[in-house]
Design a protein around this ligand. Structure first.
Ligand code: RET
Length: 301
């Protein structure tokens, strides 16, 4: 508090203009805005080479296995071989440093007393992964759909929803603002729910018309698939989405999931199916066009 006597004293010391003289002793800090440099989030040492080898060996094994079954039972082998073949090519691209580019993320921060700041982050996105998924996840769904004996309409809905999910995942990964990223992500999640719906409702209804062994196999391998598939959007959310994980951690997580979702799924399906007496799929899929009504002796060719 300033005492009135201090004011009087101050006026006494002033000039003839009776203006009090205060000499400032310090200056409060002047707010400054230092522009931030672009920040790069990219790969260090990851296991893409390891996953490439696993995918390659699985593909060769599936080819060998498909030669040993009669052509009528070969459909699952063909589909499963293509699944790991696409993954082999995609992991080859990633292992040699290709199939990726940088997403430009713009982070705007508003401040109370200083102008807004804008941070530019460049995060490495492996688009090869999304090309792989857009080809292999429909094939994985086909494996399950044929196992259950799902109808054509349900199969097409599941596959189209799957393509929408993967493409929007790619758009989300390259989104530059939170609105873009999470907007695409939200629609992709709805598409994901459509796939789950088709497998759980239509798939289960279809497989109940089949033998007990096939129904049990569909329940276990379908359950395994649903649990695995839910982990992908979670990894995406922690990695590309919120960027809480490094690019390396994200690649390792996807690598583990991909091995479970493709080679492990494939070996499980092919061995279990070989052990059952059920044909792969009836009609055109196993016998070809133009054979309807003709008498055919089962061949192994
Ligand atoms: C994305 C992000 C957007 C939201 C959702 C996703 C789901 C991806 C899934 C991928 C499954 C991949 C598999 C690969 C096998 O190798 C695109 C991550 C829902 C379910 C099975």
């Amino acid at each position: 508090m300033i005492e009135p006597t201090q004011v009087v004293e101050a006026f006494k010391k002033t000039s003839s203009l009776l203006v009090p003289i205060f000499s400032p002793t310090s200056v409060s800090p002047i707010p400054t805005v230092v522009p931030t440099k672009p920040y790069y989030e990219s790969i260090g040492n990851t296991g893409t080479q390891v996953v490439f080898v696993v995918m390659l060996l699985s593909t060769l094994s599936f080819i060998a296995m498909s030669w040993r079954v009669p052509v009528q039972k070969r459909l699952f082998h063909v589909i499963t071989t293509f699944i790991t073949l696409f993954a082999t090519i995609s992991y080859f691209a990633m292992a040699i440093g290709d199939g990726n580019s940088y997403a430009h993320i713009v982070i705007k921060e508003t401040h109370k007393h200083v102008p807004d700041t804008i941070e530019h982050v460049y995060r490495q996105v492996f688009w090869a992964r999304y090309i792989d998924w857009s080809l292999t996840t429909p094939l994985l769904l086909l494996d399950l759909a044929f196992l259950a004996g799902m109808n054509g309409a349900s199969i097409i809905i599941a596959i189209v929803a799957d393509l929408i999910m993967v493409l929007l995942g790619l758009f989300a990964a390259f989104g530059s603002t939170d609105g873009q990223k999470w907007g695409y992500y939200a629609i992709a999640c709805i598409a994901y729910l459509v796939i789950v719906w088709q497998l759980v409702i239509s798939g289960r209804r279809a497989v109940l018309a089949k033998d007990n062994k096939t129904a049990k196999l569909f329940a276990s391998i379908g359950g395994f698939t649903l649990i695995l598939w839910i982990l992908y959007p979670i990894v995406w959310g922690i990695g590309d989405g919120s960027r809480n994980w490094s690019v390396d951690a994200e690649i390792v997580a996807y690598g583990v999931l991909d091995i479970l979702a493709k080679p492990v799924f494939g070996f499980w399906l092919l061995f279990a199916h070989a052990a059952s007496n059920a044909p792969s799929v009836d009609g055109w899929w196993s016998r070809g066009l133009g054979t309807e009504g003709s008498i055919r002796i089962e061949d192994d060719a």
